[in-house]
Ligand binder design. Sequence first.
Ligand code: ADP
Ligand code: ZN
Length: 652
Amino acid sequence: MDTPVSQIFDYYPPEGSDCSPKIGQRALVPFGRREVVGFIHGISNDSSLPKKKIKSCKSIIDKDPLINEGAHELVSWCKNYYHHPLGKTYATAVPRYLRAGKTPAIEKMLFQESKDKKKLKAHQKKAYDGCIKLLKKSAPILLNGVTGSGKTEIYLHLMERVLSKKEQVLFLVPEIGLTPQLYEAITSRFGNCVGLIHSSTTDKSRAKAWLAAKENKLSVILGTRSSIFVPFHSLGLIVIDEEHDESYKQQSGLMYSARDLAVVKAKKSGCGLVLGSATPSYESLLNAEKGKYSEVRLTKKVFSAKPPEKKLINLNANSSKKGLSAPLFRSISKALKKGEQSLLFINRRGYSPVTMCEECGKIEECPRCESNLVSYKGTGKLKCHHCSYQKTAGTECLVCEGKKITVGHGTEKIEEELKEKFPNEMIIRIDRDTTSSNKKRIEAFGYAKSGDAKILVGTQMLTKGHDFPNLSLVAFVNVDQGLFGSGYRSSERFAQQYYQASGRCGRRNKKGLVLLQTHNAENEALQALLNDSYMAFYEKNKEDRRRLEWPPYTYSFLLRAESPSEKNVFHFLDNIAEFIKNSEYISSIKLLGPIQSPIGIIRGKKRGQLMLISKNRKKLHMIGGRLISFIDAKKLGTKVKWSIDVDPTDHS
Ligand code: ADP
Ligand code: ZN
């Protein structure tokens, strides 16, 4: 059942029925004073409870198990690996509609032999043949191919092979914005055989797609991370596009990585797995080096293009209060004159990250979080990005009646500057705020792709996996914020964003230009980005990670706790730190903390954390299990909300 305890509850089969329950069926059971839907997770002839205490199921909902063997295995694996309560794991894995005990009617949506088919270019054919050979080896394949090398076409060819054997395909993308183009590509080739699962899918359609895949009535599921839990009847291939993307990791509740689960799912079901990226994660590259993955590389582009010219713009020399320097404006003008498109990347939403009183210096902060409020000019609001708090911006300081000014830039401010400078051009901003509805999102990307929009401004949402045929200039408005961010992953993350975005310009035989605005023009890492390929950057950068013993050379757990009382947070964390220090595993584990979390307060709750790092994954998991028993036994968790994040990617 969907309860936060890790316990499994025992029930008798429904009274007077002669049915024998099966693992994976849903059952309606009495629970406290309510009746709830649960999943039959196991069947046993005995129980630790006295017989009289055991109640009977009210009814069994499914004739055949809803959770098939593969899904049952994945849920169980997930529960153990992420140290998460079983009921909550089911609740993440199964669509809400089905958890409510309902069963939708499904239709047949099966693959049809394709009519039009693109011929693979020589370099694609070679990679495709390589994949076919390697798929027989049953190790995951890392398709490491530069942007524009035509990975999508390779996926489609691999899919066709699998589909024509009447097997099914699961295709994962990191972000909803990438689904329309792939949906179009897949359905135009293989017919109406695709179930879509992403954040805008209704509960019912999600359940329909899920069930149809399980009943073998549907050939392809295309979706974002939660689709990894879809049970298939005969899965032949999983494709994880943009495998490096952090959106594959869920950051709350069951903090799973859909990419890592794909590896487990493929292994358990014996299907093929292709992880594709132009900028693979360090984890996957290391797995390839160790031989756990097979690697196929694509270094050629489909449309030959000279590599883009790359230049730094030294902001110290071109100082301007505004976000965009004069050289950047000149380059945009040049592109416009040639009828070409420009893309400006800045990983910050809103108008500006800081609003301050010019007189007394008071900064607008969230009253509930340890965080500055982000201003939004369009709506005249100040918003907190960590909770739902917002208020009217106002122009005067409430303390001294001084004038409020904004400091720093977000996408909205950059858009405003551009509109002032280029009032007659179509400028499109793409970030989470401007693409909140399906309609808005599809419209914005439509203008961006058709080339009608001459200037694009956006966050990483804009740079992920999109093909803009007319793009010739890519500019990073604020390099320093990304490259010198905190955390051991920041240089990897920035390099990925940089090579992803810069790889999008200068396709189709146009000469591209990449500009980086920075205050640190002499920085070594920046120089490397200018001169090296992603793989060369990785080769150098990985040595830092190895030397400092960060993942992927080690494994880590992040334990978080929060409570309105800081004392409770640290009482909890100190107890755990003590337990770890006294355990037999301490020799193979490094303990960092307890410390206050980087964002120390969210929604009025004080936050603290500690991190466990080890080269030995098994020992780390053993201590994880012990920890939870310790917390339960000592009832430590009663005054704090706590969670374990296994293989964390976000340390805030
Ligand atoms: P990647 O995902 O590797 O960055 P894409 O799959 O977006 O590359 O391909 C880049 C462009 O090349 C797309 O516009 C795609 O339609 C085109 N393309 C890919 N393969 C072929 C092919 N074999 N023949 C013609 N065009 C192709
Ligand atoms: Zn807040």
